[in-house]
Design a protein around this ligand. Sequence first.
Ligand SMILES: NC(=O)c1ccc[n+]([C@@H]2O[C@H](COP(=O)([O-])OP(=O)(O)OC[C@H]3O[C@@H](n4cnc5c(N)ncnc54)[C@H](OP(=O)(O)O)[C@@H]3O)[C@@H](O)[C@H]2O)c1
Length: 253
Amino acid sequence: MNRPRVVTHAVASVDGRITLAPDVLLLYGDERWQAIAGSSDDVYERLKLTYKPQVFLEGSGSFVLSSTEPEPLPPVAGDPQSLYQDFLPDDVVHRPGHQGWFTAVDSRGRVRWFYKEFEGWEGWHLLVLVAHHTPPEYLAYLQRERIPYLVAGEKRVDLPAALEKLGSQLRVTCVVSTAGGKLNGALLRAGLIDEISIEFFPAVIGGPETPSLFDAPALKPDEWPTRLKLISAQIQAEGRVGLRYQVVSEHVS
Ligand SMILES: NC(=O)c1ccc[n+]([C@@H]2O[C@H](COP(=O)([O-])OP(=O)(O)OC[C@H]3O[C@@H](n4cnc5c(N)ncnc54)[C@H](OP(=O)(O)O)[C@@H]3O)[C@@H](O)[C@H]2O)c1
């Protein structure tokens, strides 16, 4: 198995909430979040220096609300079967100055991308992870936009298979997931996380439906919590605490 190392990083209130309410997308900025959680340094630069990842991973939940109706796309003419192969155009994959992939899971084809490359992210390019149930119109859209994609899984993205493809096809050795709680929860339950990094800020948010660090399915009676081993604890400015934990893979009772 050629799976890259996976680190999750999130900024959370002390009660583990990663946004203010279910319908608040931080991507678009929120004055209250900025005031209580905003950090003074560039988190992504720090993550790049610490982990040297070739992939930053996000879920579609960072870009669109579950209630948002995606903009319709034109129908696909002819047999769509060929769309369900990995799309890794040479001119994008082997472009000069490549640094890494800004990668998003989107099996339902919900995100319409305004950017493929990002200001301040020289050498980083968008890549989408899709599945065999992803609408063909969305795959055709990604191809028209020259946005590379990897196909893994049937109904939704098979996360182990997607990671394996990132390793074997794009030589990715480290993925930093800065996703929300559902994607990180799915990675956790699939046993795919090697390290967890959390930056707690001194506030409590509450709300049973508010996204939290790991919104994984509840434990079954024979399942155990994921054990962690402390790597470092750092007290930062303004009462923030940065914690890094290694995931201890096997349960020992
Ligand atoms: N504070 C922070 O550090 C931080 C970081 C990131 C985001 N956020 C905030 O968190 C919120 C979004 O969090 P969220 O939990 O709603 O969204 P999310 O983590 O993006 O979860 C949804 C994504 O996870 C995928 N997914 C979920 N379960 C899966 C499974 N079992 N297998 C494969 N894929 C799976 C979904 O795939 P499909 O759609 O393909 O099914 C979708 O792409 C937003 O408000 C955002 O602003 C905060």
